[in-house]
Design a protein around this ligand. Structure first.
Ligand SMILES: *[C@@H]1O[C@H](CO)[C@@H](O)[C@H](O)[C@H]1NC(C)=O
Length: 124
């Protein structure tokens, strides 16, 4: 009996540790940016396609990246990304991005821009 109890308490400890590690392994840095040139030229500037993917196993909302006003000679879909101020942009209107899902947008500028993550809310 005592042995059985011990077995279950060990099992409980292990599953708690796994659950803890799982949520801890989910970070804002699980938002990854993939970017390529589309091959189109808009007003003499190359067009880029950006995928912001959520590699976390939980949803992430209120995703904010650094974009410095989102310079582009073509209109960028504000539902995908829109400037909040001179430095930051809100991704996907702040709506939750499902695990494995991505937000896509295109822009055209002389040089490719980085979109490093500023903040996100992890919904585990
Ligand atoms: C973005 O994702 C789409 C769909 O998965 C894919 O076809 C496209 O090549 C990706 N683009 C980049 C820049 O990663």
């Amino acid at each position: 009996m005592c042995k059985l109890l011990k077995f279950f308490s060990v099992l409980a400890t292990i599953s708690l540790a796994i659950a803890g590690a799982r949520s801890a392994s989910c970070r804002s840095s699980d938002i990854v940016v993939h970017q390529t040139r589309t091959g189109r030229i808009v007003e003499g500037k190359p067009e880029y396609e950006v995928n912001l993917s959520n590699l976390c196993h939980c949803q992430q909302s209120r995703v904010v990246v650094r974009c410095y006003g989102l310079s582009s000679v073509e209109a960028v879909d504000p539902r995908s990304i829109k400037p909040l101020d001179e430095e930051r942009c809100l991704v996907g209107g702040g709506r939750p991005i499902a695990p494995g899902a991505l937000v896509r947008f295109k822009y055209a500028w002389l040089t490719p821009q980085d979109f490093p993550l500023v903040a996100s809310k992890i919904l585990c």
